[in-house]
Write a protein that binds this ligand. Structure first.
Ligand code: ADP
Length: 363
């Protein structure tokens, strides 16, 4: 934007492989818009977005994540957080047209693969130019801004060996912030090492991520949504599906400190016809969740070890409504590092790319 501040409304958009995330800045200060048109459009957009929490068939506003009193480009306001499946992009475009967005908003900041994939459609359908930002730059910028704006943004799970006692506590990230690792668990996974505000590198990744969980879980259980998959997993037991160390050793493998309850072979029981007859959809969902999560934990641990960094921030929408995975990640990091590595989570888990993208014209 070369130092010029674009007219409102301000949006940041992150068009991912599974979910599109939209962040909207609602000004709350007394500065008036420059033109009548801008005032009217801003009024209409604000009214529609803030009076509703469901848009069309599949758009949702995460009201619990709303951020008040944020300062962007010397304006004070509220950030609103909206998501919809990327597969519904055509409906989103229709709705935007209907709400008069096409006529007036000229530029929207967008990131994620979809900012490239859908660039022409935005141009042709909405007459909207997407100002494209890199997704990992946006992720880090959004994360640092959010952590600096909210004292309560970060948390960790304590005492995760005892499930009943396991609870969240605020983690203070303000001092000695750098370096840290970010593990972004979206459809796939990216692992970044962050050394300073403008200094990070992508150190690893895996295609076995949130999309894999949802894909495999749908195949195995016939579930239709992520929330349903998590609900099933919450009521299942992976021990019926996975082969544990004790199933092989009769107890622990003590010479190398492997406890009997450890999974030795994910889905290892499922080659047996009898065992297959005993498992429920819930058990299969749980085993899928545990398999994917433990694999990510293992990659995260190795990355942290390699980089000699002990704090690992886990973000991405895979962690949405998913305490099972957060507890597993926390336990795995803590247990296998003898307490030296720490798993940290953030309240705005899947929105940092969209936030960072919105901030891009503040530079
Ligand atoms: P991407 O940018 O690749 O879409 P996200 O960070 O948005 O990545 O995470 C997508 C993942 O989040 C999905 O693969 C799924 O595991 C999980 N997820 C959480 N909520 C939903 C939802 N409502 N619909 C689909 N997937 C969801």
């Amino acid at each position: 934007f070369n130092g010029t501040i674009p007219p409102m409304p301000w949006f940041g958009m992150d068009i991912g492989g599974t979910l599109s995330k939209l962040v909207f800045f609602e000004p709350k200060d007394s500065i008036t818009a420059q033109t009548e048109d801008e005032t009217q459009l801003l009024y209409n957009v604000t009214k529609y977005l803030t009076k509703n929490s469901v848009y069309g068939k599949s758009g949702h506003r995460d009201a619990h994540q709303q951020m008040d009193n944020v300062k962007i480009c010397n304006r004070i306001g509220t950030l609103h957080f909206i998501r919809f499946p990327t597969s519904e992009m055509n409906n989103f475009l229709d709705l935007s047209k209907k709400k008069g967005m096409a006529a007036s908003v000229s530029t929207v900041c967008a990131t994620g693969g979809g900012a490239f994939k859908f660039e022409d459609i935005f141009k042709n359908e909405l007459n909207l130019k997407l100002c494209k930002c890199d997704e990992l730059d946006s992720l880090i910028r959004g994360l640092l801004f959010t952590v600096a704006s909210n004292n309560n943004e970060c948390y960790f799970w304590s005492q995760c060996t005892e499930d009943e006692q396991c609870s969240t506590q605020v983690y203070t990230f303000q001092y000695n912030k750098y370096p840290f690792i970010v593990v972004n668990i979206g459809s796939g996974v990216s692992v970044l090492a962050v050394y300073g505000p403008n200094n990070f590198k992508r150190i690893s990744g895996t295609s076995i991520g949130g999309g894999t969980f949802l894909g495999l879980c749908s195949l195995l259980t016939g579930c239709n949504t992520f929330d349903e998959a998590i609900e099933l997993a919450a009521n299942g037991d992976n021990v019926k599906v996975d082969k544990l160390v004790r199933d092989i050793y009769g107890g622990s493998y003590s010479r190398f400190g492997l406890p009997g309850e450890l999974v030795a072979s994910s889905f290892g029981h499922m080659n047996s016809k009898e065992k297959r007859a005993q498992v429920s959809r819930e058990d299969l969902a749980r085993a899928t969740l545990v398999t994917i999560t433990n694999n990510i934990a293992s990659i995260a641990r190795m990355c942290a070890l390699n980089e000699r960094i002990d704090r690992v921030c886990f973000v991405g929408n895979f962690l949405r409504v998913n305490p099972i995975s957060m507890k597993l990640l926390s336990h795995a990091m803590d247990y296998w590092s003898n307490g030296s590595q720490k798993a940290i989570f953030l309240n705005h888990e899947g929105y940092f790319g969209a936030i960072g993208c919105l901030l891009s014209f503040d530079e």
